[in-house]
Design a binder for this molecule. Sequence first.
Ligand code: PSU
Ligand code: MN
Length: 303
Amino acid sequence: MQHPLTINPEVKSALDAGRPVVALESTLITHGLPYPRNVETALAMEAAVREAGALPATIAILKGDITVGISSGDIEALAQMPPGSVRKCSRRDLAIATALKQDGATTVAGTMIVAQMAGIKVFATGGIGGVHRGQPQDVSADLIELGRSPVAVVSSGAKSILDLPLTLEVLESQGVPILGYRTDVLPAFYSARTDLPIDQRVESAAEAAAIIRAAQALGAQHGILIAAPVPQGRELNAEAAEAAIARATQEAEEAGISGKDATPFLLNRVSELTNGASMTANIALLVNNARIAGEIALELSRS
Ligand code: PSU
Ligand code: MN
């Protein structure tokens, strides 16, 4: 059988030599941000990982090839593809996209699976999926994947378009530890704080790496969520965010938008309703998370 992954040679030699690599996802490029902010952000995340001393590997499916470390040309091409022409790939989609030779963008769940197959231990994104507000049966496959793939995911918590208390319940059931990166509470994606608890505060990349290493030594088969707040000065006023999210959620319900279309609709609508302020926060936290993931990957490679 053919090897199921196409691994960029630079990424391959880094992995073989035990040098630090950070996985990055592609759904935020195709479904999370509009052109050209999507390509700018994806490239800024790669640069932030490099500045931290690690190698970025953006993961996507290119005409059926699951590719670890797509080129900047590929990022640019994906970013400009017409909406709907790229499959949003969670666990259930990977086999379909490869068999049918489709272009696919990997979600948090999809990226974790591929990262794990490639041997990449650290991954950065914006916000993981979760349990949708008013739709407690819509539980993102991201949460289940965190329960079964041993990858550390740096994010700003779950997206605040979600039901965060219910999302925490599912993560607890899945056995996923939540580390607060220099915070005692769960960040809420666009805003830095909630009153929801995390499992452990960590002060540094080294402290996070020590816990990841301990999980590896225990043979843990689950992921670890590292929750880093949006940088100061870039956060969205909590009331403004809440008002926009409530309205967007109601509009989604009225328009019957559900399943994999819900998150892209909500992110876009909240951005419109806040005159782009939510997008500014989203981009700032994505780049910040990429840098932190790079620092953690570097610490892990020192063990
Ligand atoms: N973080 C962002 N923007 C995004 C996402 C994360 O800043 O668009 C994507 C991730 O790929 C995540 C997905 O897996 O949103 C969640 O989709 P769903 O709710 O359908 O599981
Ligand atoms: Mn969902």
